[in-house]
Ligand binder design. Structure first.
Ligand SMILES: Cc1cc2nc3c(=O)[nH]c(=O)nc-3n(C[C@H](O)[C@H](O)[C@H](O)COP(=O)(O)O)c2cc1C
Length: 169
């Protein structure tokens, strides 16, 4: 079964983005296996000194990197904070930059706003970072597409599945 990791950019208990990912996971049961990671606040602040020291890293970092490594694709659901992404999500991505667990993997980005004109800046900011990490963005790669039907979340999941099925690895 295809392994898609859902990463929520919100650590709020009642997060709409986390709820949306859990709904996608429930609807996809039997076709995809989609654990949802919504514990970004367990990761310590990224520090290259820690990363490159050769000493064991915090358990949460090791587990997060393993979870990302095991995923064949990643679906991000991310709110916009101050026209960017929440700091906890940027911190998590910083932990992946040097280790590369999502490099070249298919990734899609979405958000749970009911007003689809909102949240562009957050998604753009997320895409910029994911591009820098060499991820393969299969959904929502321009602000215009963020408003198109093609980026409804189920279509994003379909695009991720197709990308996994056609990837050489
Ligand atoms: C600190 C902070 C900054 C925010 N900045 C923006 C923003 O720049 N643009 C926007 O549309 N919404 C902004 N919001 C609203 C959130 O993006 C919105 O409440 C979102 O639904 C939260 O997602 P969640 O339910 O998954 O936690 C901000 C909220 C907070 C707490």
């Amino acid at each position: 079964m295809i392994q898609i990791l859902g990463i929520s950019g919100s650590i709020r208990k009642a997060s709409t983005n986390t709820k949306m990912l859990h709904t996608v996971a429930a609807l996809g049961k039997g076709r995809i296996n989609m654990p949802v990671f919504c514990a970004l606040d367990t990761l310590p602040p990224y520090n290259p000194d820690l990363d490159l020291s050769g000493r064991p890293l915090h358990d949460s970092v090791v587990r997060f990197r393993q979870t990302c490594e095991q995923a064949q694709a990643v679906l991000f659901a991310c709110p916009e904070y101050g026209h960017g992404i929440p700091g906890v999500l940027k911190n998590a991505l910083d932990w992946l930059v040097s280790s590369g667990e999502i490099n070249q993997k298919p990734v899609a980005v979405t958000n749970a706003y009911s007003n689809r004109a909102r949240g562009w800046s957050g998604l753009e900011s997320l895409i910029r970072t994911l591009r820098a990490m060499d991820s393969t963005i299969t959904g929502c790669n321009t602000p215009e597409q963020a408003l198109s039907e093609a980026n409804l979340v189920q279509n994003q999941v379909r695009a991720l599945i197709a990308a996994v099925q056609t990837s050489p690895a």
